[in-house]
Design a protein around this ligand. Structure first.
Ligand code: MG
Length: 392
């Protein structure tokens, strides 16, 4: 580990000046972790792998004050009258909703119908807070009923389930008609409840379900749906079956005849899954090959701007992702020249080339280990002869 750290530092220095990822900051060493394979286009601890986008976190809500959304969230209701413009009647799209904004909350007016966002979106992280009236009346499904419909298709139930029993797959935190919540973690009516929902829509292609879709739901900080299969989406009395979802749809809030209030509604779109063209996670062989080709091409483009040993090392690095014949030939010629030059050095000059020799040796050993290039036996001998292979 100590040697690797030293090498990481040595290898990183030229990249700091002109590497592909120089603008994003150098984050590691090449020729380090296990190489890409047929399902993973990146090496382990790959320094070429892009850094995640920076998001400034929000703040948690208190009962009195809603929290701030994270910096990349899209606000759907932040407490302003102007937010009404983001919503419309579900029954009559294009018409303004009859729901009202009161005391910085978005309130269902019973009998006015569902409300839906003008914005359409699919897979997402969704945050919603809701509260029931303190003078709530009714029982079971008639007590504080509303609902959050992802894409307008599947309902995460909103209900007063605090000391108020109903059928389990219809309680707050249930995917209505599909699965009950793991626990009942509701606060009493009059207090704000928070929902954090992670939604992945079902994907059906050519009549075949390739992903059933999932909901993960957290109420008041406690998980109540753990990556639960959607099974089509549920409904009243009827068992649901897998069905095709479009790519996007509106978020709907239910009018079930009760004056439920909402606040602090925001979402963040989630990236595509690998099965639909995303490039994170376990990829198909075809997708992996395509991504590796793209990475190799980026690195070769970067190598073309470099000179000397930096160029050679960068070309060698591209072979980790794609063994291109022309690049292999070019890199091998440059490596041969490097080794010839090293061998021609007078004995008193070799120490001054130690860093570069170790870099090349690391690269060539790595490429041989993963059967990308044939093993070089000359540099290891030079390293050994100079005692550079010994731990200090
Ligand atoms: Mg409902």
């Amino acid at each position: 580990m100590k040697i690797q750290t030293t090498l990481a530092t040595l290898c990183a220095l030229p990249l700091l000046i002109s590497g592909l990822r120089a603008a994003e900051g150098v984050t590691g060493s090449p020729f380090y972790g296990d190489a890409p394979d047929e399902h993973h286009p990146w090496a382990i601890h790959d320094h070429n792998r892009p850094q995640p986008v920076v998001v400034t976190p929000g703040t948690f809500s208190s009962q009195d004050v809603p929290g701030q959304p994270p910096s990349d969230a899209i606000a759907l209701f932040s407490g302003e009258e102007a937010d009404l413009a983001k919503w419309e009647s579900d029954k009559n799209p294009g018409e303004a909703t009859k729901w009202i904004v009161k005391d910085k909350t978005f309130q269902c007016v019973p009998g006015s119908g569902y409300v839906r966002t003008k914005e359409q979106f699919g897979d997402c992280q969704l945050h919603v807070e809701w509260t029931e009236p303190t003078d709530i009346t009714g029982t079971s499904q008639g007590r504080g009923n509303s609902g959050i419909f992802l894409m307008g298709m599947v309902e995460v139930q909103v209900l007063d389930s605090y000391n108020s029993p109903s059928y389990a797959d219809g309680m707050a935190g249930a995917i209505y008609g599909v699965n009950p919540p793991l626990v009942n973690v509701l606060r009493p009516p009059g207090q704000w409840q928070s929902y954090d929902i992670i939604f992945r829509r079902p994907i059906i292609k050519d009549g075949k379900e390739i992903d059933t879709g999932y909901l993960t739901v957290i109420i008041n900080g406690v998980i109540v749906q753990d990556h639960t299969p959607i099974e089509g989406g549920g409904g009243h009395k009827a068992r649901s079956h897998p069905k095709a979802y479009p790519e996007t749809g509106p978020l709907k809030l239910q009018d079930h005849g009760n004056p439920v209030r909402y606040r602090n509604i925001w979402y963040r779109p989630l990236p595509a899954r690998s099965i639909e063209g995303g490039t994170s996670g376990y990829l198909t062989e075809e997708a992996t090959t395509a991504k590796r080709k793209e990475i190799a091409s980026d690195i070769r483009r970067d190598a073309a701007k470099l000179e000397g040993n930096e160029k050679t090392l960068r070309l060698l690095e591209s072979l980790v992702y794609e063994k291109d014949e022309a690049t292999s030939k070019q890199a091998e010629e440059l490596v041969s020249k490097f080794i010839s030059d090293v061998k021609a050095l007078p004995a008193d000059k070799i120490e001054s080339k130690k860093g570069e020799i170790l870099q090349f040796n690391t690269a060539l050993q790595y490429l041989a280990k993963f059967k990308i290039l044939a093993e070089d036996k000359e540099l290891p001998q030079i390293v050994k002869a100079n005692g550079w292979d010994k731990k200090k």
